[in-house]
Structures are given as C-alpha cells and as structure tokens.
Design a protein around this ligand. Structure first.
Ligand code: ADP
Ligand code: GLC
Length: 488
C-alpha cells in the first residue's frame, strides 16, 4: 500500500525524543514489507543540507491555509538509506529550536507552523500524484491530517481514498491554542464544537485528531489501557473510549541497526552477551569522561532523558544525594530541558565529584556511551507511553530500574530474588522513597548476588523488540483504518 507519514521529527535529521526514533525506523521496515512510504518532515534551518545530501525535489509549492496561500519548497535526502522529504519554509522552520526558543518557551505560532506542515504534506501528494491508502500522522503536531482529509479532500482524485491513522506518542502534549487560529488552519467554525476541536474555549489539535482519525493507536498496550482512564487520559479518555476497538496499543520497536553493542560505532569498544569485556572498557571510558572515580567494581546508574515532569526526575532530585552518601554507587546523567532541573543536575558534580557526573545538553554519542558503560539505567517516569531507553539498555546489558508504568511495565520483567530471573527492577509508587529503595535493591543485588546480575544481563540482552514485529502490527492497523474508512 501507499503510506504518507507526516511528522515533526525524524532521526538523524531532527530529534528531541523517541518520536524521532520511531519516524526514522518504522518506514524502513514498512518498505521491507513491500509498502511505499512518503515521509515528510520540516526542513529546520539548522539541518545540515550538505551533510545529508539534501537536494531540490519540488516547488515552489502553494499551500492554502484558510484564505492565505503559503509558499514553500520541498527537498529530499536519501544518503542515510531511506528517502525523507523536507518542507522548506523560512518563515516557519528557520529557527533555533523545534518547538521552543532557548528559554524553553513555546513558539507562539506553533499551531500555524505544524498546521502548515500537515497541509503541505497532503499538498505534496497532490502535486506529485502519490495517492496514499493511509495517511499516518504523529502526535498533536500533525493531528489535523485526518480532519483535513475528511473536510477538504474527501472527493479529491489523489487523496479521496486515503484512510488515516493517528499515533499518540504522548497524550500530555495536546496542542491547545487560542481559537483565533481557526481561520488560518482552515478547519471551519462548524468544527469548533466540544465533540470535535473545541476544548474549554481553545482549539485542541489532538482531540480533533482522535475524533477524525479512522484508527488511533498509542505506543504500548499498557499506555493504551492507562489513557482510557480519567487519571491518565489528560482529559481525553472519553474520546479514546468512544473509539472503542479503534484505539489500540502497539509497542514501539527498537532500532537494532543503531542501538546494538555488537556493531555500535559510537562506543569505544564493542561487545556481546558472550564476551562482555568491551563493556568494561566502555565503563572505564564513561567514568573518565564524566569525571567519576575510575572503579571497575562500583556500579554506575545511567540516565539519558528530557528533563520534564513526565520523567520523574524531580523525585530523583529529592533522594540522589542520600543515595550517593549511603550507597557505593555512581551516577552518569545526560539531559536537558526545564532550567531548574538542569541547574539541579548540573550542579551536583561540584559537590559529589567522583560519584555524580552530569552533562547538560544533547549528545547522541554520550547517550550511547552511557547505555554501554553503565550497569543500571534509571527511568522513574510518572508516565511513559513506551520509552525507548529501557529497550536500548536491555540490549546493552544495562539493567533498567523503572517505574512500572506504560511501556516500561510492558518491556521490563521484575527481578525475582529467589531465582535470579528477570531483566530489571520495577517499583510502583511515584515517590522519592520508592526510587531510593529500589536503587538500594539493585545496588545490593550488584554487590551481594553478582551471579543473579550476570543471569539478568544475559536475559536482558536476549530480549527482542525488533521493528519487524511492530511494523507488521502497524500494517494490520492500516488495514483496519482502510476498512473503517470504506464503511463510513
Ligand atoms: P521521550 O520520547 O519521551 O523523550 P523515549 O525514551 O521514547 O522518551 O526516547 C528518548 C530518546 O531521546 C532516546 O533515544 C534517548 O536516547 C534520546 N535522548 C533524550 N535526551 C537526550 C540527550 N540529552 N542527548 C541525547 N539523546 C537524548
Ligand atoms: C514519546 C513518549 C515515549 C515514547 C516516544 C516514542 O515521546 O514520551 O515514551 O517512547 O514518544 O513513541
């Protein structure tokens, strides 16, 4: 089938989180199953065109936004293997950040920027005659796609047969904006009602997307169940429940072409479950790099994360000093986001030199080194739609310590102290106490039951969350979307 995928991020070009990993990987595996996939993302100004061999593809392309005709150009790059198309609009995408400025403030015109991206993706199909069977949109940014199809393109020769799938990677981000953007977005005021886009006087992109999409999914079975409840649906549970069986959970895959210690070129030494000596080299390099005491026998807890409330790092901030004072353990922390969390984690190494190392910023290479060089990987998330880092950790033999929520619960098996079975350490309560005690459990296991740790490492590295399986599940959901569209 023909699939149009429109998204705001895609590795290796533009990434703030796991969405980029998914958009970078899924199309590849869909193509391997014989499908045609057109991937469309913004050409953010800082994407290095010469590095990726970006070249002119199409344009000038006119895109109607309400009564306004916007112009843009389309570029393509395929030097990384799979082709990706880029919408170039200086007005909207030539800025330092993807969604916010250096002070972490959202760009005020985000609804216009991403509404435009979505319509541009659809327009590209029309201009080049690519007739999608399914339009696959991701998160609030492109959630208007299903509505545009049904409002504007229902009898279009190219787009008229397209069904739609909305994937929710994170229901906390819904894209709520002042109603004044309705005209520009071209949704028509008849859609500004409580059963569609209206939400307490504002426009809610994700809500309208859920209502209009032929199928909706999220990125793990447990998160699909959780988001159907008032506690975790962030106000959208009734709309998800209305979808009935047309709202499902598909666990993300893990891209083992990028995240595999046997082939990873970003780490100082490669290793496998049969020979872990390379992991010890990675650990030493990580300790040196992060200013930690070089001690092969002291466990390191790694963290790679966006610093936002979702990730529960404010809870860790409450107990991390107690942990390093009372346990013989080190932390290697990488992340960026909210300024106060950057300050907290950025200032700890000065006080706990040798025991806590941190790097505030974004570094692909350091993320790989932390995965490889650490003994444990901590994710105390308040909620986690899927989470990719714990899957990477499992493959790198770095045992996850996670809160049992969403995809974390689906992918990590609890350690059984009697048998040594399991792949990680899980806790349930979202509190500093629970983090403290579970870290204590992992650290004491490391020192007192090393044979269990070895067994868990082997079990963890043998886990297989391959994209082949997830891509096949997506194809089934595309087929259901097509059936729903035909039946409507
Ligand atoms: P989320 O999408 O909510 O941030 P995921 O676990 O799905 O959570 O994906 C996060 C992805 O972003 C992982 O690939 C992780 O390695 C990466 N990442 C997050 N913060 C950083 C950072 N500061 N530097 C490098 N990679 C990061
Ligand atoms: C989101 C979620 C994360 C998920 C990722 C990719 O950013 O927070 O849990 O893994 O999307 O689907």
């Amino acid at each position: 089938m023909n699939i149009l995928c429109i998204a705001s991020e895609c590795v290796p070009y533009a990434k703030t989180g796991g969405l980029a990993d998914v958009v970078g990987a899924l199309p590849h595996y869909l193509r391997a199953l014989g499908h045609q996939v057109l991937v469309v993302i913004p050409r953010y100004g800082w994407i290095d065109g010469s590095r990726y061999g970006l070249r002119w593809f199409h344009g000038p392309m006119g895109v109607w936004m309400g009564d306004t005709l916007e112009w843009c150009a389309v570029h393509v790059a395929d030097s990384q293997g799979d082709p990706v198309h880029f919408i170039e609009s200086q007005k909207y995408f030539d800025r330092p950040g993807l969604y916010h400025d250096e002070d972490f403030h959202d760009y005020a015109d985000n609804p216009r920027r991403f509404g435009f991206l979505t319509r541009a993706g659809l327009q590209l199909c029309k201009d080049i005659g690519f007739a999608p069977d399914v339009v696959h949109v991701h998160d609030w940014h492109t959630a208007l796609g299903p509505a545009y199809l049904k409002i504007w393109h229902w009898n279009d020769p190219v787009l008229g047969n397209a069904a739609s799938l909305l994937t929710i990677h994170n229901i906390a981000y819904q894209g709520k904006y002042p109603a004044e953007h309705m005209n520009y977005l071209g949704l028509g005021w008849s859609n500004f009602t409580a059963d569609k886009f209206e939400d307490y006087g504002a426009i809610n992109f994700l809500k309208g997307g859920i209502v209009y999409a032929d199928m909706v999914n999220t990125v793990s079975p447990t998160y699909a169940r959780e988001t159907r409840t008032p506690e975790q649906g962030h106000g959208l549970a009734p709309y998800l429940n209305n979808k009935g069986e047309n709202y499902v959970g598909i666990l993300n895959g893990c891209d083992y072409t990028r995240w595999n210690p046997e082939t990873d070129q970003l780490i100082p030494a490669r290793y496998s479950a049969h020979d872990l000596s390379g992991k010890a080299v990675c650990k030493r390099v990580l300790q040196e790099r992060m200013g930690l005491e070089v001690a092969p026998d002291m466990p390191i807890i790694g963290i790679v994360s966006r610093f936002v409330e979702q990730k529960g790092l404010h809870l860790l901030a409450q107990c991390i000093e107690g942990i390093v004072r009372e346990m013989r353990v080190q932390f290697a922390i990488l992340g960026s986001g909210e300024k106060w969390l950057e300050h907290v984690f950025g200032s700890l190494p000065a006080r706990y030199g040798g025991r806590i190392g941190s790097f505030i910023g974004y570094s692909e290479e350091l993320a790989h080194l932390i995965e490889a060089g650490s003994d444990f990987f901590l994710m105390p998330s308040l909620f986690e739609p899927c989470g990719l880092n714990q899957m990477y950790s499992l493959r790198y033999g770095t045992l996850p310590i996670v809160r049992a929520t969403g995809g974390l619960d689906d992918t990590v098996q609890q350690y059984d102290e009697r048998t040594g079975e399991g792949t990680g350490f899980k806790f349930y309560e979202p509190s500093a106490h629970a983090i403290y005690y579970t870290v204590g459990w992992a650290v004491s296991t490391y020192y007192d039951r090393p044979q269990h740790i070895q067994r868990m490492i082997r079990a963890a590295m043998a886990q297989d969350f391959s994209w082949e399986r997830s891509a096949a599940a997506y194809v089934q959901v595309y087929e259901r979307a097509i059936q729903n569209k035909r039946a409507s």
